[in-house]
Write a protein of this length. Structure first.
Length: 372
């Protein structure tokens, strides 16, 4: 059987979350059956160097024509279609998070099959028509959570493939004492953690306010916020922490690549995403925490609801810091051994249902379905 050539497209590797997911998938494919290639807009970002070293062929050019004016877009789509023909993939798989449809049109003009992964819950408002066109031009669509089915009622184009995680990479291991020193946290302090892309939809201020309600009752607990905090939202979070006089109790790590090292020191993980805007697709940070045997709590939003379906008591209403504080108190009052034992249940959940091997296998079956 001839290898199936997959061209993965992604705007950039600056925001390494999606880039890592794409590379993990591409590298994990059965090389006897599939031949992965990658296309992006530019070569910026530290993670791009990792992609180049992977051995997967990488192309860099503008493959996303602007949607206005229409005549210019069509002209550019024809230009892009010629480049796609030169690469000659069997399937083009887009990892672009947006509603842009010009990429889809370009690929269809080239005569190639085009699919995309729906990575968030955006749909209505000014982008609704774009999402409809993006979906119309697609051959098939990968959904990352079950709530996305409402966008495509009775559609035969869709397949549900949640994100997966490298269990081995995030498996709990002996904590590195240098991390706690870097985080200005005493050895005796216990750690509550949130790892996230610092954008407003993540609702990190809700976690900060919930922690503030518990700080006197649980003085032996610190809160670590792990993520790039140099943007406008990160600055606002710093200001909130300062206003609450929690600078010595809530510690920001800044952007980090070695997430497992931080998870190894923690006992409870919280993802307080808001129920608005793009929300979540299938949040990998929560899966990484479960693979690290953490006790996890997440807001009741699409994506998180799927992942914690077996643990409804670990879900809380978005924006409700009072409810989150009560949930946190239940677990912060328990000793380390009790939380460690509970964390094993989350490890079992993720290893049985959300491993990277399961995600790769489902993608392989998805691609093969085009040729049966």
């Amino acid at each position: 059987m001839k290898k199936i050539k997959i061209l993965y497209t992604i705007p950039n590797f600056d925001t390494a979350g999606s880039g890592k997911a794409l590379l993990n998938l591409a590298l994990g494919l059965d090389k006897e059956k599939f031949e992965p290639h990658i296309l992006c807009l530019h070569n910026k970002g530290e993670f791009f160097k990792t992609v180049e070293k992977s051995g997967i062929p990488v192309y860099v050019f503008d493959y996303i024509p602007k949607e206005r004016p229409i005549f210019q877009m069509l002209k550019n789509c024809f230009r892009v279609s010629k480049r796609i023909k030169e690469i000659n993939p069997d399937i083009v798989h887009s990892f672009h998070y947006s509603s842009n449809y010009s990429e889809a049109l370009s690929v269809r003009l080239s005569g190639k099959k085009w699919v995309f992964t729906k990575k968030n819950m955006s749909w209505g408002g000014s982008s609704k028509n774009s999402w409809k066109l993006r979906s119309f031009f697609s051959n098939k669509i990968i959904l990352q959570n079950s709530d996305m089915n409402k966008f495509y009622p009775n559609s035969k184009k869709t397949a549900l493939i949640p994100r997966g995680v490298n269990i081995e990479k995030f498996h709990f291991s002996a904590p590195n004492p240098e991390i706690k020193s870097f985080m200005r946290t005493e050895d005796k302090q216990r750690v509550l953690i949130c790892v996230a892309n610092f954008v407003p939809v993540k609702g990190i201020e809700i976690l900060i306010k919930a922690y503030d309600k518990l700080k006197d009752e649980y003085p032996d607990w610190s809160l670590w916020l792990v993520g790039d905090d140099k943007n406008e939202y990160g600055i606002k979070l710093h200001e909130l922490v300062k206003s609450l006089e929690l600078n010595t109790r809530i510690i920001f790590s800044g952007k980090q690549m070695n997430i497992a090292d931080y998870l190894n020191h923690s006992e409870i993980f919280v993802l307080p995403t808001l129920d608005e805007g793009r929300r979540e697709g299938s949040p990998v940070a929560l899966l990484e925490a479960m693979a690290n045997s953490k006790v996890v709590l997440g807001s009741k939003v699409p994506g998180i609801k799927d992942q914690l379906n077996s643990f409804p008591e670990h879900l809380f209403t978005p924006k409700r810091e009072d409810e989150l504080a009560k949930k946190l108190s239940v677990f912060m009052s328990q000793d380390k051994d009790a939380l460690s034992e509970l964390g094993k249940n989350f490890y079992n959940l993720v290893s049985e249902n959300y491993s990277i091997e399961i995600e790769i296998k489902k993608h392989e079956e998805f691609y093969l379905s085009f040729f049966r």
